[in-house]
Design a binder for this molecule. Sequence first.
Ligand SMILES: NC(=O)c1ccc[n+]([C@@H]2O[C@H](COP(=O)([O-])OP(=O)(O)OC[C@H]3O[C@@H](n4cnc5c(N)ncnc54)[C@H](O)[C@@H]3O)[C@@H](O)[C@H]2O)c1
Length: 330
Amino acid sequence: MLILTRHDVESLLTMPDAIEAVEAGFRQLAAGAVEMPQRLATTIAPHNGIHLSMPAFVAGDPAAGDPGTLTIKMVTVYNDNRAKYDLPTIHAVLLLHDARTGQPLALMDAEHLTAMRTGAVSGVATRHMARPDASVVTIFGAGAQAGPQLLAMAAVRPIRQVHVVALGDVSAFCARMVKQLGAPVDAAADVRAAVEAADLICTATNSPTPLFDGAWLRPGTHINAIGAYTKTMRELDSEAVRRSRVIVDRRQAAQVEAGDIVIPTQEGVIGPDHVVGELAEVVSGVVPGRIAVDEITLFKSVGLALQDAVTAALVYRRALDRGIGQEVTL
Ligand SMILES: NC(=O)c1ccc[n+]([C@@H]2O[C@H](COP(=O)([O-])OP(=O)(O)OC[C@H]3O[C@@H](n4cnc5c(N)ncnc54)[C@H](O)[C@@H]3O)[C@@H](O)[C@H]2O)c1
């Protein structure tokens, strides 16, 4: 079995490549080539944690000698980690099997992988849903997911200005992202002004309650909402969702995990048809991502095992090609 550390994964993965891999994965989902049960959530109530088991099989092309990709990611989300222990909110490992035999092939750190594949799916959504000239971003959150979210939006749109809204001091985050993006990144002085100025909004926080007033959104804005992951958590208020053309990563997952969609539905603010489609339908051309230049579009992601599988397969292929990683016998 090949062991790949976080450093290995970082050295093998770029955002543009992750975006292409994830988009191809969603095309395979549309084609019915992905087996992906709803993820299993185990609640660790005394420690405010949750453990998610996320398996997926993505069919290959047997004629071309590709048996497909079989993975499971095990991820924990502990929202008190930063404040209590100065540890990341998310820890994750991924096991890649030989799809032909079930034999384990690789075990890799999946913290960076998670942030990259979560960025990548926002990159795919932004590519298909945002206005082509979208260039001003407001991002909520400056944690582990935030950087890759910005890199992904910058990979598909000409980003020239970023405003950051988060708790605490964001100066180190801004300085790091200026270097990576080559564009100004500042701490937003005023949340309302930052929302009103944005062509692209990304919510990447662990806030359980709405981050801004949906009435502030400017026509034509695109939102990637990636933070909330339970029925009772939401980053957007009902007005933001009501005003938006909504695409989700998967309806089945959004119905059980996305408070951003579930709560406005329970309130009667949106109906069952308000979600116009899934990302797989958008990338395969069945549902348009955007119809009018002045509509507000919203992509809500809770995260799918498919994203992990296709990104891990890319990392594994590159590790073999470049001789990276450590072989162990279990
Ligand atoms: N959709 C997906 O596939 C996916 C993948 C990974 C993580 N997530 C979720 O994304 C969220 C962020 O994860 P992370 O790893 O970056 O966490 P993190 O702890 O590293 O960062 C959280 C950030 O949210 C900010 N924040 C919290 N409350 C806020 C508020 N009211 N206003 C503004 N900023 C606020 C904090 O200041 C911090 O910068 C988590 O809820 C996580 O579960 C989703």
